[in-house]
Design a protein around this ligand. Sequence first.
Ligand SMILES: C[S@@+](CC[C@H](N)C(=O)[O-])C[C@H]1O[C@@H](n2cnc3c(N)ncnc32)[C@H](O)[C@@H]1O
Length: 222
Amino acid sequence: MTEEVLAPAYPLFRRPDAYHQKRCASALRNRIQRWSERRALRALLDSAEGIHSVCDLPCGIGRSFELWAAAGLSVLGIELSAPMAERAERERAALELPGRVEIGDAFDASAAHGRADLVACLRFAYYFSPVQRRDLLAALQSRSHRYLLIQYRVGNGVLGRWKSARAVVRMQRRATRAKHACPWEEIRPELESAGWSVLRMRRQSPLSDRVLILAERSARKS
Ligand SMILES: C[S@@+](CC[C@H](N)C(=O)[O-])C[C@H]1O[C@@H](n2cnc3c(N)ncnc32)[C@H](O)[C@@H]1O
């Protein structure tokens, strides 16, 4: 497996066990976050008509594979880090989830890849600036027959403003790891200018600054 990096600088995760420990372990805060994320994802998945396959990009360790299995979907997992992809492939096999995991770059917009009915992009887009997100949204189009399910962070509200201020301080220390918030009212125009029509937007929970968005390829780009 080779890793060709087209993407703007963003760290590849190399320690699947550490990621699992951080995101899937049983600390109360993680459990609440996971529960609210899943609840919001299920609600949006229910609004997507006639889907049979999902492209999980980047899939990391396959954190969401259980959800795709429960929804009766097949998966095309894409991940640029080989150790993460290997762990995801093991997770897919253990769940008997139909599909495959491949090494690939989320920013690769070439036409020759596998596609799915829905592309899910979780815990990723908000690491990039608006200009970089435009390229990402275009690349995600090349993977989707119809739908996109993507997670943003909003800068509105007290919590959002506090997190945005904290991000600015962090960015001064380590430019590539800071998260970029996008105000709620700018999300729709940003997706629309990249060829996606927004169908639903849903905050992960009332206090969360994360928003899940279900969008559909707009007619002019399909
Ligand atoms: C924060 S994790 C999110 C993974 C998964 N979506 C989830 O929700 O658990 C981000 C992942 O993106 C991978 N990654 C970084 N740059 C990438 C790129 N250009 N293309 C594909 N994967 C990338 C990292 O190795 C890491 O596993």
